[in-house]
Design a protein around this ligand. Structure first.
Ligand SMILES: C[S@@+](CC[C@H](N)C(=O)[O-])C[C@H]1O[C@@H](n2cnc3c(N)ncnc32)[C@H](O)[C@@H]1O
Length: 286
């Protein structure tokens, strides 16, 4: 493949999904796109580049975007964010929402669903008070393939062994040999929707908590800024954003600032808009 052909594929991916891919990752194109080339009888990456260059939508274009997403995830990934939610953020919101008894949470870039289901399990186990509340967990992703898997909620033994406490497996899953399926009742608490973070997401409304974890790392700086600014507008004045361990708003988004004492948690930067950091039971988090 020539550098010009590589550049066509890279530009296509950046425009459609935000993914930045360097020429040293040609092997990634070869491995991830091999099945598409075979299924659509495309001679190789140069021929694919020619197809991607053509204007208009096509099934091949959609499949290329889907195949190039990295969907690595696990239940209770990194532990710390879920501890912070359980010990600090959710108790604070329960206090502050006592009158409306409603909570909205968005798992942006939810992959195969482990993140929103971890949240749903944790809330069911630790906050029985929420059973009488209107709690909405919206989970979105660009990739239709991972969303189908997430809705189905079926995981292999390997996947459930990664991060999921055994008691939670027993409580929240049905065994369907050789796999495990999230119980229907819990599956119904998560609303999975397709959504590209490069597009306008105002339609989702506003949220008390947004998890946008381990996806910004794939984007360039202007794209991160655009997405973070968009997310800022989706967060209620005393709401919170949680990013992945390798991500930050620093130097990217003036509208958000780190919440002191809560690693990876961000709230509206203007103190007048954000009672968040003052009203959180921060001590519980330490
Ligand atoms: C590495 S996974 C992170 C999953 C989960 N948030 C976690 O931390 O475990 C990244 C996800 O971002 C999704 N993604 C990539 N680009 C996207 C975009 N432009 N809009 C929405 N989702 C995107 C991918 O499909 C993938 O499922």
């Amino acid at each position: 493949m020539t550098s010009a052909e590589f550049a066509i594929i890279a530009a296509f991916l950046k425009a459609r999904s935000g993914l930045i891919i360097g020429q040293d990752k040609t092997y990634l194109l070869e491995t991830r796109l091999a099945a598409i080339l075979r299924d659509h009888k495309i001679a190789g990456l140069p021929a694919l580049a020619e197809q991607l260059r053509q204007p208009g939508a096509s099934a091949v274009k959609d499949k290329v975007v889907d195949a190039m997403t990295t969907n690595e995830t696990s239940f209770f990934r990194d532990n710390n964010p879920f501890d912070t939610l359980r010990q600090s953020i959710i108790p604070g919101l329960i206090d502050r929402r006592a009158a409306t008894r409603s909570l909205r949470i968005w798992s942006a870039a939810c992959s195969t669903g482990q993140e929103p289901y971890s949240l749903a399990m944790m809330m069911k186990d630790h906050f029985p008070i929420l059973a009488g509340w209107r709690v909405e967990i919206v989970a979105t992703d660009l990739s239709p393939t991972v969303l189908d898997r997430a809705r189905e909620g079926i995981y292999s033994t390997f996947e459930v062994q990664r991060g999921l406490p055994i008691q939670m497996l027993i409580r929240h899953f049905d065994q369907i040999e050789p796999n495990w399926q999230i119980k229907r009742e819990l599956r119904q608490t998560v609303n999975f929707r397709p959504l590209n973070l490069l597009e306008d997401f105002a339609v989702l409304g506003q949220f008390d908590i947004v998890l946008c974890r381990n996806v910004l790392i794939y984007f360039d700086q202007p794209t991160k800024t655009r997405i973070l600014n968009g997310i800022t507008r989706r967060i209620v004045p005393d709401g919170a954003l949680m990013l992945g361990g390798a991500e930050s708003v620093f130097g990217l988004c003036d509208g958000l600032a780190g919440v002191p004492g809560l690693k990876g948690v961000y709230s509206h930067a203007k103190p007048s808009k954000s009672p968040f950091s003052q009203t959180l039971p921060l001590s519980a988090a330490s």
